[in-house]
Design a binder for this molecule. Sequence first.
Ligand SMILES: [Zn+2]
Length: 362
Amino acid sequence: MARPADDDQTTGTRPDPSRRSALLTLAGAAVAAAGGAWWWRSAASASEGSQDAIATPSEPLPRGRAPVSLFYTSAYVGAAHAFETTRKAAWVAQSLIEAPIPGLQLTTHDALTADEVLAVHAPAYVEAVRTGEPRDLAQSQGFPWDAALWPMVVASNGGAVAAARAALATGGIAGALASGLHHARRDHGAGFCTFNGLVIAALQALAGKAKRVLILDFDAHCGGGTHSLLGEHPAVRIVDVAVDGFDAYLPLGANTLDRVTSADAYLPTISRRLAALDGDRFDLCLYNAGMDPHEGCPVGGLAGIDAAVLGERERMVFDWARQRKLPLAFVLAGGYLGPTLAQDELVALHRLTLAAAAQPPR
Ligand SMILES: [Zn+2]
């Protein structure tokens, strides 16, 4: 997290850089096989002008239910710098080839155009990410720039937009294997987040038929970038439950930011915040489904939050949305390897989100 945000009212701790460096080395080794062999089959629902074909699980879909679209393209992992945020989508996609989740359909989509990014981000910053100059601005999210960064971030941010469009179109759930969004500001990146696809998706939805948008941010870290861009928007409400003080902010209006410091309080806090939304009406929920609250994550983890807790969190969120017939679009968000969290375990954590998204309500 190379550059403190200018408008960031951070009050909490930041990850120790040396620990972070060790973590990234570990991650780099772990992703060596991430490219892997792909099993290609064009998704039936792939849009015209798609960037590439996409592998689709061959499992039969449950009867009577439309599949949940899960957006992904190989460009999501194009940047040269290899760590969780730039490789994790491929790990999860590969896991779906090897062990499909019934009811979930990997689907390709178009990348964002520069104009779509410019609707939220400053021209000088967008140009820096595209060209690499000035380099400190191009790398303000905290990892080295290379020419594949721009195609990567317009693809992965486009996944958030595609998921929001699909959720609105179907009235149901859709997702994207995107991460690295919620710390990004208008004029620079932060905390491994280059552009803020949550904000781009919210504003595009509001420019269409959506009248009000809810953003649930249950990543371990606070979503200060999202709040800096939408905290005063009258048609957006942000519910942020974090377990780490990085990128904290003072929530404006009806927005809320909880920093949970005890695992015992984690699910009750989320349950209470969801219940408090019952009197409000939304047309779309954008869900930043970070797995970095897991106790094994060196960046963000809280002791006592394990896979069972996070699985229950995901069931709570998706059941809550389904019971209200609220269209929901989710992205992966944070999740980091550590001495006690191996790559397959991290993938399994993110699959908790996918499984809950694909399941019928309890
Ligand atoms: Zn995080």
